[in-house]
Design a protein around this ligand. Structure first.
Ligand code: ZN
Ligand code: ZN
Length: 330
């Protein structure tokens, strides 16, 4: 039904991979982040709202097909459908049904509110392959309204001192989510070009975003009352020096770790994640009613132990345990 190969999760019944590495014939892609949507495959299948983002990521030459959420699609002997993962716009969990057995590959997901993407949909299955990026009880998120309200206050304070506010946020998903929560009354909003290029597909998908401008190095600007959203990659580069006397912050789940903010020389940390927190993982996994759970993307030891105590056949996804599970159950 399902195996793990060096290229990634493979379904022999349908001869396809989910979020593969290397170069394969058919790739099903959960979402357009670069660690899931890699170039070099012969063909791609994704959710409809993911399609324009994937085109931006992979270029127009890539052979990409989109299907609506929930629509069943036959590939070989497998029945495949995409279901909202609530991670970023168009992000999907992949449901695969072979001979009456159902498995779901979660990709990245979050069950919490986010006005910039489709709401997470729990999908019932026998086997759930879950990410666990933040699979420790120390990770517990506050509602996004609370975090974004704090960010607006921070911006407003900086603005009244005539200091630009710089927010580091991943260019796809997080940057748009931050933008959607900003109060344009406070001042002008700017985005680094890497985040700016994704605004159009978001607006096309009907996501309401405040007016924002692209940072143009050649065009000097008075940034003293502005907020600027930029990818964390430019943090160490000279890029930020354009913004004289700026205050710096980072919007990420990693800001929940004590000392992170100081170590990175940030004035402020906003704990805002596009992944499920500890409670979110447990709640979402329970909602699938899966008898088996395999964890990937993160250290799954604590979560795996917790699930086993609840009587679920849980473990870390590796080459052997999926196959073992299959044999044990058939
Ligand atoms: Zn992702
Ligand atoms: Zn990921």
């Amino acid at each position: 039904m399902l195996t793990v190969t060096p290229s990634g999760i493979y379904c022999p019944a349908g001869d396809f991979y989910v979020d593969p590495k290397g170069s394969v014939k058919r790739a099903l892609v959960t979402h357009a982040h670069s660690d899931h949507a890699r170039p070099g495959h012969d063909s791609y299948l994704c959710s409809n709202p993911c399609l324009p983002l994937l085109e931006l990521r992979l270029g127009k030459k890539a052979k990409i097909e989109g299907i609506p959420f929930g629509q069943k699609h036959k590939i070989g002997d497998a029945l495949v459908s995409f279901h909202p993962a609530g991670h970023i716009l168009g992000s999907a969990q992949v449901r695969v049904e072979v001979a009456g057995r159902v498995f779901v590959v979660s990709g990245d997901y979050k069950p919490d509110g986010d006005q910039t993407c489709e709401e997470f949909e729990p999908v019932k299955c026998h086997l759930f392959i879950s990410e666990c990026t933040f699979g420790l009880p120390v990770y517990r998120w506050k509602p996004e309204e609370y975090v974004l309200d704090r960010m607006n206050h921070w911006w407003s304070d900086n603005s009244s001192e005539g200091r630009p506010s710089l927010v580091f946020a991943y260019s796809l998903g997080k940057a748009q989510r931050v933008l959607a929560g900003l109060d344009p009354e406070i001042g002008p909003i700017f985005l680094h070009s890497a985040a700016y290029e994704f605004l159009e597909p978001y607006r096309q998908a009907g996501i309401v975003l405040p007016q924002a401008e692209k940072v143009e190095k050649a065009k000097p600007n008075d940034y003293s009352r502005s907020i600027i959203i930029a990818p964390p990659a430019v943090e160490e580069s000279g890029w930020a020096r354009t913004f004289t006397d700026c205050r710096k912050s980072f919007a990420s789940g990693w800001m929940a770790i004590r000392g992170q903010r100081r170590r990175r020389n940030l004035d402020q940390g906003f704990v805002l994640s596009d992944h499920a927190d500890w409670d979110g993982l447990i709640r979402s996994i329970a909602a699938t009613e899966a008898e088996s759970v395999r964890l990937t993307h993160g250290n799954g030891d604590a979560l795996s132990r917790y699930l086993c105590e609840k009587g679920i056949d849980a473990g870390i996804l590796d080459k052997t345990n999926l196959i073992t599970m299959r044999e044990a159950r058939e």
